[in-house]
Structures are given as C-alpha cells and as structure tokens.
Design a binder for this molecule. Sequence first.
Ligand code: ATP
Ligand code: MG
Length: 401
Amino acid sequence: MKYDLLLIRYAELSVKGKNRKKFERQLQNNIREALRDFPEAKVFRTYGRMYVELKGAPLHEVTERLRGIFGISSFSPVIREKLEEEAVMEAAHRVTEDSLPDGGSFKVSVRRINKDFPTGSQEMNQKVGGYVLRRMEKLRVDVKNPDVEISIEIRDEAAYVSGEVIRGAGGFPVGSGGRALLLLSGGIDSPAAGWLAMKRGVTVEAIHFHSPPYTNERAKQKVEELGNILSQYGGNIKLHIVPFTEAQLAIHKQIPDNCEITVMRRFMLRIAEETARRRGIMALVNGESLGQVASQTMESMYTINEVTSMPVLRPLVTMDKLEVIDIAQKIGTYETSILPYEDCCTIFLPPDAKTRPKLEKIQYYESFLDVDYYVQRAVKGIETIELTGISRETEEINELL
Ligand code: ATP
Ligand code: MG
C-alpha cells in the first residue's frame, strides 16, 4: 500500500493567536529535526494543516518517529487524489483493503470543503460506501461503531483519503514552553521527570553531580546515555557535569550523619539554581515523588526547598514507583537506568537519614560551612557536554560498565 502523505493534527484549540504561529513553526522544525535521517521527506504547512510528504521515505519508520514528537495529537497516513469521483472512490477502496485485509465493519465520512466539487457529502458517502462494498467480501457498514472509518476530505487543491488515526504524544512542541534545568541522576525517576517536562514544551538542559573518585567514569557515561535518549524527544541537550566531591567531603566532615542527605540536597539545589541563573533558565526539574524516600517526605521537601526561590517542577510528585517505571520503559530509559553504578548520593550516606529534618537545625549545622565558597567552586568546575541523541546500544554500555 502506498501512502503519499501523513496528515498531522495538533492541539489547535488550546493555542491561539500569536502563540499558535510560534507553536506551528516550532512543531514543524521539530518534525524536520526528527526526520533528518530521511531527507527525501518534506514537512510543510498549508491551509492551517501540517503534512509530511513521504516522497519514498519509509512509512513505518517515519510513523515511529512521529509518535515520539510532542505537540502532535494524532496523525494519519493519507492518499492524495485528484478531484474526480472515480479516483476518490478507488483510493477509498485501496485504503479499506489496507486497513481491513480480513474484512470487518467500516464507515465512510466525507467532508466536502470545496463546494465546486459536484457531489455533496451525503451522496458521496453513499457512493463511496457502495463502491467499496461491491469490491470487497466480508465487509459491512457500521455507522455507530465501525472497525475502520474511512475519512475523505475534499479540499480545493485535492482530495485526501485516510483509514487510520494514530495517536500522537500530545503536549506541546519542545521549544515552545521555555527552558528548565533537569537534575539528572542515573536513576529511573529523573529521566522520566525530564521527559514529562519536555511534554509540556520545555527545552531541557541537564545537570549531574559527580563525585570522583567515589563515583567513576562509567556513572557519568550512563547519565550521558540517559541524556542522549531524552534528546531524541526534543533535540540536543546540554549536560552540565558538576564536580561535587569537595562539597560532599566538607559536608561529610561537618554535618551529623543523619542530616547529611538533607544538607547535600540543599547544596545540589543551590548549585543547580546558580547554574540555571547564569544560563538564563527560570526553573528546575527533579524526579522527586512524595514519600518515596527519606529525602522526599513533606518535611524534607520543605527544608530542602528553602534554599531556592526558583520554581522546582516535580512532574512525578504524585506517582507511584510502578507508574514511573511504566514511563521509563515506554520512553526507553529504563534498561539504562537499572544498570549498576555508584551514585554520589549513596557513597557517604548513612541508612538512618532523617525523614523530618528541622529547618532551624539544618541551618545551624550549615552555618559552620562556607556554603557560598563550595557552591561557587562547584559551578566554576562545571564541564558541559552537548548530547545529540546519538546513543550507544545498551549492550555496548553494559560492556563499558
Ligand atoms: P532517581 O531515580 O532519579 O535517581 P531517586 O528515586 O533515586 O531518583 P533520589 O536519589 O532521592 O531519588 O534523588 C531525587 C532527585 O534528586 C532525583 O530524581 C534527581 O532529580 C536529583 N538527583 C539525585 N542525585 C542526583 C545527581 N547525582 N545528579 C543530579 N541530580 C540528582
Ligand atoms: Mg537517585
């Protein structure tokens, strides 16, 4: 079956005026970027709609790429036909055969936008339905709950015939919703959180805290890989690697064991905020989920969050671990996330971390540390890598680890 085009639908209702232009332009760019391996495919907009003209590009691969692009609500492979009754009916026949090779129920829905086309919508519905029924066995009409709906749009320039609506990723095109800095660990949660932020159109940069020699090169590679997978959903990602050893050692020396994690989190947030501020970024994103671990209780969040006035987005805050795992599997980060490695958070930390750290107490302990010194030193030591989505295979990473 040869389709010529893919018709792209997007959430036009919620986007109006100037924003709509921006939304459409961004979406078009993102689709082009996602299809850069198929230069023959053309992405264009006309009459307020968006199309991918395949020009020989493989339908299946293009479909798979489109599924992951935020801002697309749904899309359909379509055949474009000349404005002739017979040609349109024949196209409908081909599409029905393709969608229902073993028969089933169908329905035809014609929309005639071009009033110069001589046959009315209702009459055309019947004509097309009859034409297809006469040519296919084991096929019946069901207008209420058909297996397949053949939609035909008769527009000024051509007629468009399709038999399938494929669900898109929804949300907004990445790049249309500002920028945020994602605290990216090697775990399961933070990549899922980053993906959800991207779903709302946010361009993500990532920051990772690294504590050599307590954490090794492989831990860094794993985070790079996670960033690469994420970048497949929204373009290149800048990954900022923070040298965190000095601050962590100072915290370890100065702060009572059971408050260490709270203080360490506060340092992470301060360093992330300072990095964001320097890059003109206005929000942070992390993978916290309420109650998941000691540092994610309500009291902990209160005490940790106190160091920043920047919005901290927590897309996973209400999710159970299993829900997060579902997302991680769906987006392809799970297999990488579960590879073994040493996290900088686990190396110094005692098992009896406080679940209700008191802010005043933490502030008192911290007063013995030159907080600003460590924050500035860490920010200064940042190494930034540009992740372009060229990811390694999991097996290859496994060999590295
Ligand atoms: P994850 O699976 O994302 O590692 P987690 O359940 O292990 O999350 P924590 O280790 O408590 O939870 O971390 C909570 C959040 O803090 C993470 O989701 C992430 O956003 C951030 N974070 C933790 N460790 C790091 C790190 N080394 N670098 C950057 N961010 C981190
Ligand atoms: Mg973690």
